[in-house]
Every structure is written in C-alpha cells, then in structure tokens.
Ligand binder design. Structure first.
Ligand code: MIG
Length: 748
C-alpha cells in the first residue's frame, strides 16, 4: 500500500507498507509532513519521475519508477538514462558516481576498504540522480537490510531490494544544494562543535599509559607542531570494561588531564557498546537490573565476544536504555575527558558461543580433508569475519514491540550516538559536546560526527577517502574525516605528508593508526617529513577563522562544510567525475595529491577563472595541470569570494582570533560573514557572538572594502585586518584596525 505526503515545498515521501503490516519507523526524520496527498496530486508533483501505475506525469522527460512486492520485501526499480549519474549513497566505496556498482546497506565492521567491498559501517542511503538538465534526490528511510544495484546487472537500471514490511522513500525535486538544506530541515542540523574539534588530533591504538600520553603531548609542544587533542583508545580501560580506567597504567586520570590541559590539549576517550558480562561490574549489573540489554528471541540474554570477552549489548532502540547509558559518560566527563569516540557500534561482534562452535566444527573438518583444504580454510576465515548475527537477537522499541535485530540493525549506531549525545548534554549543559561515531544513519549529524573507520596506509585508500568524505557529505553528514596516514599497515613519510595535506582541509583532522603498525606521529619519519607535515598542520590552523565560520553555517543548516563539485555545479557534467577534488566552504577548492612520487596533478576548475592560492596568480578555468612537489597542496580560490585566515597557533584557544588576513579574488563583489564566539559554550544563543560582514566590491573608482558593524555582543580582540584583493587589475592591499562599528574604505 502506498501513501504520499508532502514535506516543505517539493519533498514528497512515499510510504510503502505490506497489506496488514506496519513497518518500524526510525527517528531519522524529525519534521512532520505538511499534508497527505492524493495519489494523482502526488504524481503531478513528481517532476521528472513517473511512478508506474500512476497516470498523468507532469513532465515529458522522466525516469520510470516501479515498486513491486517480493517474497521478503519490495523492489524499487528506477530506469536510468545514459546521461544520468547516481551520486552519493553515503559511506560507500568508489567514485562519487555510483553507477556500475552494487552496495548493501547493512552496517558492518569491515576493516578491509578495498573497492570490491559492498558494506561499511554506516547506512546513509541518500543519492542524487543527476544530469545537467535535472537532479532528483532520494532518501530511503529503512532500518533493515537493503541492496542497491546501481546499473550493475543492467546498465540502465537502478534496482533497490528492500527487505521487510515497508519503507519510506523521500524524493527531493530541487537543485542539489537545496536538497541538502531540505535534508537538514527534515533530519536536523549538524552539531555545533567546540572550536578545538577543528584543530589537529593525534591518536594511536593505543597510547596505553599516562607516560606515553604525556610524552606525545610534550613532543608536539617541543617541536612546535599544533595539536588540540589526544585520543585514548581501548587500552585506557580496565579489562576493556567500558567507563572504567586501568589504574596501573592511568593511576590518576584527572591530574594527567589537568597537565595536558595546561598544555592546551584535550583528551578524547573511546567508548565501546559491549559491556563485559561479569558479576561485580556495576555497568553490567545495572544493565541487567534495568533490563537494558539485547535478548535472544526466547528472552534469554544475548551475549557475544568483543574486546572485553563475553559481553552484553545495550538495547539502544528504547529511550529508557538510552538515558541509562547516557549517564555513564558523566564518569569520564568528571575526570576531565572532553570528547567521546563511539566505536564498534554496528555493533561489531567477534563471535558467540554458537558461532564459535560452528567454526570449531568446520576446523575439525580440516583434519579429515588431508591436503585438500584450501577452500575450507578460506570459508572458515570469511565465515568468522562475516557471520551475520542479525537473527540471533532482538531489540525492543518504546512501545514494547520486539524486533529481530536484523530488521533494525542499521540504526543501532545512530541510537548509541544519540544516547551519548543526550547523556553528555544533560551532564554538561553549558558545553558543546564532541562526540564521534563509527556507525551512522541519516540524522546522525545532530548527535555526532563521523569518521570513516579502518582504512589502510595505502595510496589507493587516500583517493578512496577523498571520495568517501564527499559522498558522506551528500547525505548531510557535514563533519567527517578519516584516519590520516591510514589505520592499518605501515605508512611511509611521503604518504603521511600527502595524507596530512588532504586532512588539513577535512572537517575532522585526526592522525590515527593501528596497533602493531609503524609509528605515524608527525616526527616518526625524517626531518623533511616532519617539516612538511607541520607545514600542513600550520596551514590548517591559519584557516581556522574561515573553517569555524563555515562550520557554524553548516550547524545552521545552510550546507555541509565540504562539498563535491557536482553539488555546486550540477549543470556541468565534468564535475561528476572530478571527484578527486572538492570544495571547502564556498571559497576554497582543494585538489589533494594522492599518487606516489607525484610532482603534480590534473585539476578541473569549473566555471571560469580561479586564484591559485600557492602562486597567487589568476588562472583560466577548465582542465589544467598543476605542479605540486611534495611541499605543495594544490588549492584554489573561487572568483568573488573572501578567505579569512590568521597566524597559526599551537592550539585553538577560542573561537576568536588576533590579526586577520583577508584574501579576495574579486572581479565584481564578494562577501563573508565572519563568525566568532567563545568557542565552546552556548552563550552565542543569547547574543554573545560576533558576526562581521566583510564586503569587497570592485567599483569604477577602485576596490571598496566595507566592514559592516558587528552583530552580537561578543568582544573580539583588538586587531588589524589586512586585505589582499586580487583581480585582473592586480593586487590591492589595505590594512585597517578592526572595530565593532565597522568602516569603509576605497583602495586604488
Ligand atoms: O576491533 O579500538 O575503527 O579506530 O583503533 C578494532 C581499537 C576496534 C576499531 C576502530 C579503530 C580502533 C580499534 N577499533
């Protein structure tokens, strides 16, 4: 059965349910529909899409769409035209245009991010069928399994198999930038993070004791490499018991954190959902008492092995469990932990006693096979890795209805991140939280930021990440990042330099690596590598005024911090495959180098002239080759934009800056609303912020620079504003003192 609802101006939701069954509703979409529509009215609003079985489509030129019931669910097919790209699809590997691939939405702890992989940690089923003439956005809201064949089996057919009793399909008949705003209106705006989130983060699995953490911090300060945060991986815990400390290795966390805080460094702690199932451990005992854990279908407790050994898994589907769990974050907050890193929340499971038994039986078979064991070996390994525990346990929703985990799996991580966010907010209502998640679902941006998990120190993965973060951004997840330098495997000095250069433009900028791999801190290679890594990190810190402003804009639901070119220039087909470069805000485009021994790269510059931010020369648009020795990060400024930077500091002291440098490429007019505040509280909500509109206009008489009177009551530092405005007539410079009243000058 199909029903149609209108949201906003041009978003339609189609609700499909099997006769007599009701589907489970995720909490992804917060907005309520404006109205329910008759099918024929709905069909007239479908611009460029014709739903099979409905007559009278409003457009001549359309994509045929058909929905049929199958034995275990539904299949949605959408016919694709040759010139259409299918952009996005969230956390999936491959080019931004997903045509020609198969992807599954079934959250999986997949440490191998090679191109053949169909599942990763998140379900973000948002994609854009796009051609220069027309773009339609889609969001499949469904917490169970689905499979996307994007023109793989049949070139001109997108086929989505959806398992279960129903689904919601949102369709956005807008330009992609507008669709992104609509996604925020439906699923919520991204978190507004504390300023230090935008700094450089250093991590390792693991800095396993107090001394190694403090040593790392001192190295950063001695070497004058900026750093805002150090992350504690699982070894800070006592026997991997979540919310505890190993007292031998961390005898006094509070004083360690105090010492770090005197150096300007925050500490982020990892939190895993698996609760060690052992008597005498209060989190486990309380969980049992409160009936907070996932159960088997017959009501017995479900237990499985993860890092702590045999563990129970909180049932985040219900509010009671979420608020119970959320309170534990306070234990870490009280010690001074500033942020959280929710890992393993697909949830990852190593094995259960049953699956282990099965594996043992298979292994026993090895004995009988003699030497002919190759296939069996392979099967055992992949069975161990990809065991599907979805049918082994259940979850209970707020109305007491019990669901097989498989049917609601894809929102487990979402709801864990939500529990964390709500817990942290209620424990520390004055401070803006920092909360990372590995597993996610649309709407996650209102609770957490997303990092892409266990990549590898390989050049191919560097490219893969450049695409992945863009694809994720298209789902409205603004604050993303990846393990800089690569998680698995050994990084080389050159790879670390190139990866750090890319990371300097990512919202979340963290170097992280796995246990047993080559050390990956900025100084772990040679002096030249250290110098170049530091240079990239310094560049990042100089960009903070700009980045903080665009971060605030994203938190206001205007756009994501980074964007594919295809989102900004959908009419330009060439942007559909120029996915190895991306926009950072509206002023910068970065084209990271991702090839070994490379001395330059090809770059596509859409829509006319750009300012090369390395040479400060204005260059023709189109396809160009840029020279980029290891020292250089190709990045460019868009015409008629302003870029506000400052001097790099050792850490982000607050959301406001000293002397500012404004670089403009202005042929006509450019403006920028520089945002500042204290950098970590909610005082901005009651007016304690500063927004300063900078406007630069190229007039007949010269370059007019206006600094409009400040909005908001936040008091900025005394400082100078230095303008460097480039255009066809040369460089125009001016230096003026900043003041809340603003000013206006004319420069030759
Ligand atoms: O099973 O906590 O993606 O960043 O270092 C591995 C150890 C568990 C996976 C995370 C990774 C983290 C690691 N974790």
């Amino acid at each position: 059965m199909k029903r149609f609802f209108r949201y906003l101006d041009s978003v339609i939701k189609m609700e499909v349910e099997r006769e007599g069954k009701t589907k489970f509703k995720t909490d992804s979409v917060l907005a309520a529909p404006v109205e329910e529509l008759d099918t024929d009215v709905a069909n007239h609003l479908f611009q460029g899409l014709r739903l099979h079985g409905l007559e009278g489509s409003s457009s001549q030129d359309f994509n045929e769409m058909e929905i049929v019931e199958t034995t275990d669910g539904f299949s949605i097919t959408i016919e694709l035209h040759d010139d259409q790209a299918v952009l996005g699809l969230g956390q999936t590997i491959g080019p931004l245009n997903k045509r020609g691939g198969v992807y599954e939405m079934y959250n999986t702890d997949e440490p191998d991010h090679s191109p053949s992989k169909r599942r990763l940690y998140s379900t973000l089923p948002i994609f854009y069928i796009s051609s220069p003439e027309r773009q339609i956005g889609f969001f499949l809201d469904h917490p169970g399994y689905s499979r996307f064949d994007v023109g793989f089996e049949i070139r001109d057919r997108l086929k989505i198999d959806v398992e279960g009793d129903g689904f919601d399909l949102f369709m956005f008949f807008e330009k992609p930038e507008e669709t992104l705003r609509d996604i925020f209106k439906l699923t919520g705006n991204p978190l507004f993070l504390p300023i230090w989130s935008l700094g450089y983060h250093q991590s390792r699995w693991s800095y396993e004791d107090e001394k190694s953490v403090l040593d790392i911090a001192k190295e950063f300060r001695d070497r004058k490499i900026p750093c805002d945060a150090i992350h504690l991986d699982i070894d800070y815990m006592d026997e991997y018991k979540v919310f505890t400390w190993n007292r031998d290795r961390f005898p006094d966390p509070s004083s360690m954190i105090d010492e770090l805080s005197r150096m300007g460094i925050k500490v982020v702690a990892i939190v895993d959902p698996g609760v060690k199932a052992v008597d005498g451990y209060d989190v486990y005992e309380d969980g049992i008492k409160n009936d907070s854990f996932c159960k088997r279908e017959d009501g017995r407790p479900f237990k499985a092995a993860v890092w702590p050994g045999e563990s129970s898994f909180p049932d985040f589907l219900n509010t009671a469990t979420r608020s119970w769990w959320g309170k534990y974050y306070d234990r870490l907050l009280k010690k001074g932990i500033a942020g959280f890193w929710n890992d393993m929340n697909e949830p990852a499971i190593f094995y259960t006693s049953e699956s282990l038994k099965e594996l043992r039986q298979m292994s026993a078979e090895l004995e009988d096979r003699g030497i002919e064991t190759e296939f069996l070996f392979g099967r055992i390994i992949s069975k161990k890795k990809y065991f599907d525990y979805g049918n082994d346990f259940t979850q209970r929703d707020d109305s007491g209805i019990v669901h097989l985990h498989r049917k609601v799996r894809n929102i487990y991580g979402f709801n864990m991140a939500r529990a964390a966010y709500e817990g942290i907010r209620s424990c520390e209502p004055e401070r803006r939280p920092f909360n990372i998640t590995r597993s996610s679902y649309p709407g996650i941006q209102r609770y957490a930021i997303l990092w892409t998990g266990d990549n590898d120190s390989q050049w191919e993965h560097l490219l893969s990440e450049i695409r992945l973060v863009q694809s994720i951004s298209l789902a409205g997840v603004s604050f993303t990042g990846c393990d800089v330098g690569g998680f698995g495997g050994d990084c080389s000095g050159e790879l670390l330099v190139r990866w750090t250069q890319f990371g300097a433009f990512l919202p979340f900028f963290r170097n992280h690596s796995a246990i047993g791999t080559r050390k990956q801190e900025p100084w772990a290679f040679d002096e030249e590598v250290e110098r170049l890594v530091k240079k990239a990190i310094d560049l990042r810190y100089s960009l903070l005024p700009y980045l903080y402003t665009i971060h605030k804009q994203s938190a206001d639901g205007e756009t994501t911090m980074i964007r594919p070119l295809a989102l900004v220039w959908p009419q330009d087909r060439e942007t559909y495959y120029a996915d190895d470069q991306f926009m950072v805000g509206s002023a910068i485009m970065v084209a990271p180098v991702y090839q070994r021994n490379s001395e330059g790269r090809h770059v596509y510059l859409p829509g006319g002239e750009w300012l090369d931010l390395n040479s400060k020369s204005i260059i023709e648009g189109g396809h160009i080759w840029v020279s980029a020795p290891l020292e250089t990060i190709p990045h460019f400024q868009r015409r008629d934009t302003l870029l506000v930077t400052t001097a790099s500091t050792q850490y982000a002291e607050g959301g406001s800056w000293g002397d500012l440098h404004i670089t403009g490429f202005v042929e006509e007019r450019a403006e920028f609303d520089l945002y500042e505040d204290d950098g970590f509280t909610y005082a901005y909500e009651t007016g304690e912020y500063s927004i300063k509109k900078l406007v630069v206009t190229n007039t007949h008489d010269g370059i007019r620079i206006e600094v409009r009177p400040q909005k908001g009551t936040f008091i900025c530092k005394e400082r100078m504003l230095s303008f460097k405005i480039y255009n066809g007539s040369g460089l125009h410079e001016a230096k003026i003192p900043d003041s809340p009243a603003g000013c206006e000058i004319l420069v030759e």
